[in-house]
Design a protein around this ligand. Structure first.
Ligand code: AMP
Length: 138
């Protein structure tokens, strides 16, 4: 069951702030506040979907289309050596927020990911990284 009080539903409704990177009719992209690597952002469908089982195929296709766009922009924006794309389902699968989302994480040779849901990033870094992604998208 989708719970529309989850934190990403609140971000979509503008009830809590985020560092927005991109949106189109079907998807929304914003910075992860506890990045596993600097520049980590999240792609979500605008329509309610708890996880991959619950998400209709058109919304999922739109999320993946945006994910590709963001992965290309992320590589350019951060001069990344690679990009990790992750998507978790249910607590046992590592999911913490129950609105489907795809993680897009810039990677650098020899640099390990920080812990999942670790430290909150400095606000100015989130703004700076969102701006870099926005510039790379234009
Ligand atoms: P998961 O559900 O395990 O795929 O991960 C949820 C992700 O959401 C984690 O990477 C968190 O750092 C991130 N997160 C949690 N709250 C917020 C928020 N208010 N704004 C941006 N990212 C968030």
């Amino acid at each position: 069951m989708y719970d529309d009080n989850n934190i990403f539903a609140k971000i979509l409704r503008g009830e809590i702030p985020c560092n927005k990177v991109y949106e189109d009719d079907a998807t929304f992209v914003f910075m992860d506040i506890m990045p596993r690597s600097s520049g980590h952002c999240l792609v979500i469908p605008k329509s309610p979907a708890r996880d991959i089982y619950d998400c209709d195929e058109a919304a999922l296709a739109a999320v993946m289309k945006t994910t590709k766009k963001i992965a290309i922009a992320s590589k350019k924006a951060f001069d990344a050596d690679g990009i990790t794309v992750q998507q978790f389902n249910e607590s046992a699968g590592g999911q913490v927020v129950f609105h489907l989302h795809v993680h897009v994480i810039p990677r650098f040779e020899g640099v390990k990911l920080r812990p999942h849901s670790g430290d909150i990033e400095a606000a100015n870094m989130l703004v700076e990284n969102a701006d870099k992604l926005i510039a790379a998208l234009s």
